[in-house]
Design a protein around this ligand. Sequence first.
Ligand SMILES: NC(=O)c1ccc[n+]([C@@H]2O[C@H](COP(=O)([O-])OP(=O)(O)OC[C@H]3O[C@@H](n4cnc5c(N)ncnc54)[C@H](OP(=O)(O)O)[C@@H]3O)[C@@H](O)[C@H]2O)c1
Length: 328
Amino acid sequence: MKVAIIGASGYAGGELIRLLHHHSSAKVTCATSRKLAGTPLVSVHPHLKGFTDLNFENPDTGTIDVDVAFLAVPHTAAMTYAGKLVSRGIKVVDLSADYRLPKEIYEKVYGVTHTDYFPVPYGIPEFHRKEIINAICVANPGCFPTGAALAAAPLACHAHTVIFDSKTGVSGAGDNPSATTHYPNVGDNIVPYKLTSHRHLAEMKQELAFLGSKAKCFFTPHLVPVNRGILTTAHILLNESLDQKEVERIYHDYYRNEYFVRYQKPSLAAVRGSNFCDIMVESEGQRVVAVSAIDNLVKGASGQAIQNMNLMCGIKETYGIVYAGMLP
Ligand SMILES: NC(=O)c1ccc[n+]([C@@H]2O[C@H](COP(=O)([O-])OP(=O)(O)OC[C@H]3O[C@@H](n4cnc5c(N)ncnc54)[C@H](OP(=O)(O)O)[C@@H]3O)[C@@H](O)[C@H]2O)c1
């Protein structure tokens, strides 16, 4: 299959190229950047020297000749590409927020008008596999909602309240420098932000509801001085007490057949560079603490996007994305 990456100069785009190099059924033939069109891809991704000789090109939906396109562009940009590519029969995995929520919720949460809405499956394969298999376009989930939903899902229907507290690495903000990501502000520091109003909360609520939960849902993120990774602590307040043995059994049963979800003490290093989500739970009766760790650029973005591509294209779901994490 020929693959295009729209937004290949960014972090998620670079990660797609790194991972797809090992995918023998998919070859990246088009990598776009408007600012860097004509320059070698390795000029911004030096770690990929020897793995690609592509030059960046301008994104042109009329001429891109591929089977699959990944949209690794900001929200509002993706909606200008997705429909046009789909109408040409090109399968699309959109890593932005543009198709993750119903139109009216998206417009309210993001404060913009959606100019080309059509419903598509939400791409957490562990929950939406059946819809993804038949899709021509998939909305790859937000990085926080991926780790949060995977942490809480097994107990979602037993809970009246779920509180997500997440710590994220700085690459989650993309490669555009800002005061927030400026080293003296990030290094040797931990900063909470959007204490009650982060946009990803809408996706978390959507996923809990999809899983049949009536639980109230809250979310507070923190920026921590690491490049990659999201550690999410989910405080799951149950309707009835469950002891440790029962809770562990529920998690083991729930994820028994899920290759990318591992039951073990989570740490960012153990999942770094990999598509795994490590989860562990501890019960104290009516409160269960579930903690998950993912790499925001892999299971939280590009790895999960390839997982979705595999499903959409009839390829083994794990193909090309089986990597161990990088510890230490
Ligand atoms: N970083 C993460 O951990 C993460 C996790 C999950 C999801 N995501 C989502 O994935 C997307 C990409 O994230 P990122 O962190 O890789 O961002 P990034 O580092 O800022 O890169 C953005 C890319 O999009 C291109 N771009 C920007 N505006 C464009 C437009 N109007 N048309 C075409 N290309 C455009 C940029 O290149 P040019 O401007 O030169 O064209 C660049 O290649 C975002 O929607 C983000 O929310 C990111």
